[in-house]
Ligand binder design. Structure first.
Ligand code: C5P
Length: 202
């Protein structure tokens, strides 16, 4: 099994990179695990309290569970991935049954901050985009897909997102084996990643 970690700030293009890699691999050989599914269960808090959580701090992620699940996949076991709701700011009661595959891609803003998880990755990738590009993408996505408004996204950007990015996310670039510039579509970089995967799989 090959475990690939794909980090990078919000709006950097991680999802696009993941989708492009997945498209290149034979069906049924790859599974994608998103760090977002592992936001901590906050059912004990009210909605108003949950909104105030700093979702860009490593503490907000249930890394213990993510680590356990990656170990299980590596051991050939099936896991039950939690499902997260960005609208409710909480884990739902759903689970996604996830089987081990030849390639496991783990993507998320903070995945390279955790030493144990970092060690589990065979290949570590950091997707870089300029902060203005990332803010534009984040704004568009959160308004279109996550039920947010302009004011909400900008306030979160200034109060937590930007400082957390500088403190925790950007520094993890140094752990990456490959840094992909993604201000624009970068097909050459995807070709390189695909070759690495194919080479390691044989
Ligand atoms: O998909 P992406 O990597 O951008 O997802 C991470 C982002 O999701 C974080 O920057 C965090 O601020 C945001 N988030 C949110 N509301 C939540 C949980 C996370 O806006 N309830």
């Amino acid at each position: 099994m090959l475990i690939i970690g794909i980090a990078g700030g919000t709006g950097s293009g991680k999802t696009t990179v993941v989708n492009q890699i997945v498209q290149e691999l034979p069906e049924g050989e790859v599974t994608v695990i998103s760090q977002d599914s592992y936001y901590r269960d906050t059912s004990h808090l009210s909605y108003d309290e949950r909104v105030k959580i700093n979702f860009d701090h490593p503490k907000s992620i249930d890394f213990e569970l993510l680590c356990e699940h990656l170990d299980q996949l590596r051991a050939g076991e099936t896991i039950e991935q939690p499902v997260y709701s960005f609208v409710k700011h909480n884990r739902t009661s759903d689970k996604v049954i996830t089987h081990p595959r030849k390639v496991v891609i783990v993507e998320g803003i903070l995945i390279l901050t955790h030493p144990e998880i970092r060690d589990l990755f065979d290949v570590k990738i950091y997707v870089h985009a300029d902060s203005d590009e990332r803010l534009i993408r984040r704004l568009k996505r959160d308004i279109a897909e996550r039920g947010r408004d302009l004011e909400e996204v900008l306030t979160r950007y200034q109060t937590t997102l930007k400082p957390m990015h500088q403190q925790f996310i950007e520094p993890t670039k140094e752990y990456a084996d490959i840094i992909i510039p993604y201000n624009r579509y970068n097909t050459v970089a995807i070709d390189i990643v695909r070759s690495i995967i194919n080479e390691r799989l044989v």
